[in-house]
Design a protein around this ligand. Structure first.
Ligand SMILES: *Cc1c(COP(=O)(O)O)cnc(C)c1O
Ligand SMILES: [Zn+2]
Length: 391
């Protein structure tokens, strides 16, 4: 059912066997990317048939890593709405402004896609205990999919992670460890536990399959735009899984011959001013990011001081002709209110950050009025409400 062929380290090009449990390239300490036999798939798969299948990201199963459908652990993730933002567009002077609304996914964020893919593949390879360091939402998603897949779950998250994230993990039966510091501190401690007790880590890009779940956002966009692609995509970037995944998806669709055009979107990484390693590296011309000390932002999913895939993020941004932009938490709060009042969308702060980023880029003339622009609302604002809200 899957055309998965091997895993490849983008740095040294070494190939790895996908029929055994893999993590990352031991030589380069870099992510492994799943590869498919797309030449064979091209002859056998029909994009219009795939488009008609029952909804959900596993519609794309031949281009996903799970070999036996019985191993798929799903809660109905994917096929989220692409909504036109007519009110905001009119206000801004953009005639083709859209949001891909990932807040309707199981567990309320797009992390569902990645964790459905990673947990399914781990199950197929015999894993029974999964562990994750998280800024919040990935932990909630892992706990849910682990529960559904009959696995034990252990989640390491910063102590000041939004409380619904701890709550959802515990409800799903996961063991939650609260950590002083940020996701990188959680990562160190989770790694120690994993090695000592034999847990399999699904930390982003340290296993090869979360990116495969998130790439399906790119497939859906292509389908929604009639097998063309938008001109600009603004993506709130933490670990960069979705950005790297979508860029990969566009290349795969091209290899399948499914795209009507060779034009690619300009990819924009939006980060919080209090943690903007990708923005800094992008504008200084660096090939990798410097660890961001003292990361601070209310957009907890963006509080990632250094992504494990930093080199790939930067090279994809540059290949796309894109850019990177930082926005303050005040900008994010204003954009969140604007989205809710103008369009009825209660976006997560990370999602709202993309609107704040768009305001900046539009003011600079980087975006043209008739371009097709897609904002990614990666989660629901409901997961960020203070425990006793004054509002
Ligand atoms: C994790 C997360 C992000 C960042 O996603 P990456 O693919 O890791 O860059 C953005 N928004 C929300 C709501 C998240 O949970
Ligand atoms: Zn390598």
């Amino acid at each position: 059912m899957s055309y998965l062929s091997d895993l490849e380290c983008l740095q040294c090009r070494r190939s790895f066997d996908p029929t055994t449990l893999q993590t990352f390239c031991p030589d380069c300490s870099a992510p492994l990317m799943p590869r498919y036999d797309l030449a064979r798939a091209r002859g056998a798969l029909d994009r219009d048939e795939v488009a008609c299948r029952p909804r959900g990201m596993w519609r794309w199963r031949e281009l996903m890593p799970v070999l036996d459908a019985n191993n798929i652990v799903t809660l109905g993730e994917g096929d989220t709405p692409l909504l036109r933002l007519a009110n905001l567009g009119a206000r801004l002077g953009l005639s083709n402004l859209f949001v891909k609304d990932e807040s309707v996914n199981p567990t309320g964020t797009f992390k569902a896609r990645g964790l459905s893919a990673a947990v399914s593949k781990a199950k197929e390879l015999g894993v029974t205990k999964v562990i994750i360091p998280t800024a919040g939402n990935a932990g909630g998603a892992m706990a849910a999919y682990a529960a559904r897949g009959g696995m034990q779950a252990s989640v390491f998250m910063p102590r000041d992670t939004p409380w619904p994230n701890m709550y959802e993990c515990r409800v799903a039966g996961a063991e939650v460890t609260l950590v002083e510091g940020v996701i990188s501190d959680a990562g160190r401690l989770a790694g120690e536990k994993a090695r000592a007790e034999g847990w399999f880590s699904v930390s982003t890009f340290k296993e090869p399959y979360r990116v495969e779940g998130k790439k399906t956002m790119g497939y859906e966009l292509a389908q929604d735009f009639g097998w063309t692609l938008p001109d600009v995509i603004l993506y709130p970037t933490g670990g960069g899984t979705g950005l790297v995944g979508m860029w990969k998806a566009f290349a795969e669709l091209d290899a399948l011959g499914w795209l009507e055009t060779s034009a690619r979107p300009r990819m924009v990484a939006v980060q919080a001013a209090g943690c903007a390693p990708v923005v800094d590296a992008f504008h200084t011309g660096a090939e990798s990011c410097t660890f961001w000390e003292g990361a601070r932002t209310a957009a907890s999913g963006l509080r990632v001081p250094k992504s494990f895939a930093d080199r790939i993020i930067l090279s994809d941004l540059r290949a796309s002709g894109g850019t990177a932009v930082a926005v303050t938490d005040e900008d994010i709060a204003a954009a969140q209110a604007e989205l809710a009042r103008a369009e009825g969308l209660f976006a997560a702060p990370e999602g709202a950050a993309t609107l704040a980023g768009l305001h900046k880029l539009f003011a600079e003339g980087w975006v043209n009025p008739d371009e097709r622009v897609v904002l990614f609302n990666t989660g629901t604002g409901l997961k960020y409400i203070p425990q006793r809200s004054a509002a």
